[in-house]
Design a protein around this ligand. Sequence first.
Ligand code: PLP
Length: 393
Amino acid sequence: MIPEILPTYNRAPLAFAHGEGAWITTTDGRRFLDFGAGIAVNALGHANPDLIATLTAQAGRLWHVSNLYHIPEQERLAALLVEHTFADTCFFTNSGTEAMELAVKMARRHWHAAGAPERSTIIAFEGAFHGRSAAAIAAVGTPKMTEGFAPLLPGFVHLPWGDMAALEQAIRQPGIGAVILEPVQGEGGIRPLPDEDLRRVRELCDETGALLILDEVQCGMGRTGRLFAHEWAGITPDIMMVAKGIGGGFPIGAVLATEQAAAAMTAGSHGSTYGGNPLACAVAARVVETMTEPGFLPEVRRKAGLLRQGLEGLVATHPAVFAGVRGSGLMLGLECRRPPADVVAAGYDAQVLVVPAADGVVRILPALNIPDADITEGLARLDRAATALAKVP
Ligand SMILES: *Cc1c(COP(=O)(O)O)cnc(C)c1O
């Protein structure tokens, strides 16, 4: 433990010095195959030459300029996102949590402007993760996250994940203004909402007027093999939170919204010093351009097939360690018969990085452009990890 750093994280005894593609090297020179990508952040791999060129070119021009002025890089990124999504408008933040804050404010303000301020309550789901701010922990309400932080922000109700019968009831209660969910829960253990259920959520929102807020911070930006996970269900949200993969490792988040959902967010209603700064927006625009090139997402889906097949093989070979595979695209979960923390630690020994999650799952979230050979290598290392773990009683 480093006393100079607040001990809010359980850190592995590893420190990294540099990376390249799907590889990352410790300060003492050990190379790890990275199946975690900084929890779905390094979407185009470490030290991506194209992103380095974009970042350094922008760094030589202008780092920061206030949102008191027009920011061309921000406008370019917004235009790209609007072109490729349901959205009419975007606000840029520095993180997913900040996107959550705005999503909540936007939903409340929408109903305030509509003359129904009592519709301030948002339905959220158990096992969700929307960040660690006051609003985000209140939204999820897990005791682990909220303990000691009372009084919590009011205005949230929690339903069991995927409980459509409970939603049918709850959404018709007075005071409900919005529903927030991750199309695929990430921290919750790679738990997708079936497409037909997501379509039903959209219908229920249409019926009752509730806004649909999708948190695609983890499952968005190409992760599932479409630019955004909700596209698989053929629906669109009213408000969407984005972060993680969009910056490829540079801190940036965004709220995307329809004109109607966002209409009440007028001048002075929200702001951020750094949000939408030129460095972040230049890099993110390059990420979005890359992911929307015609061949990119089909290639993610092809790689996803390889990875999934390999993981199914691991489950078959190591039935004492793994129970199954879940998820889609390059957002996959290994259901573990051993504590996920033990599987992750065995991975460290075999020099492969994977990420723990709730619900007994270990997440596999490689860079979306991971070479096939590195998928094979990562699987081989996971095989060694599982072999070693199976020997431990
Ligand atoms: C990581 C995450 C967040 C929080 O994003 P930060 O950038 O850590 O603030 C919110 N929602 C989901 C689904 C996430 O995975």
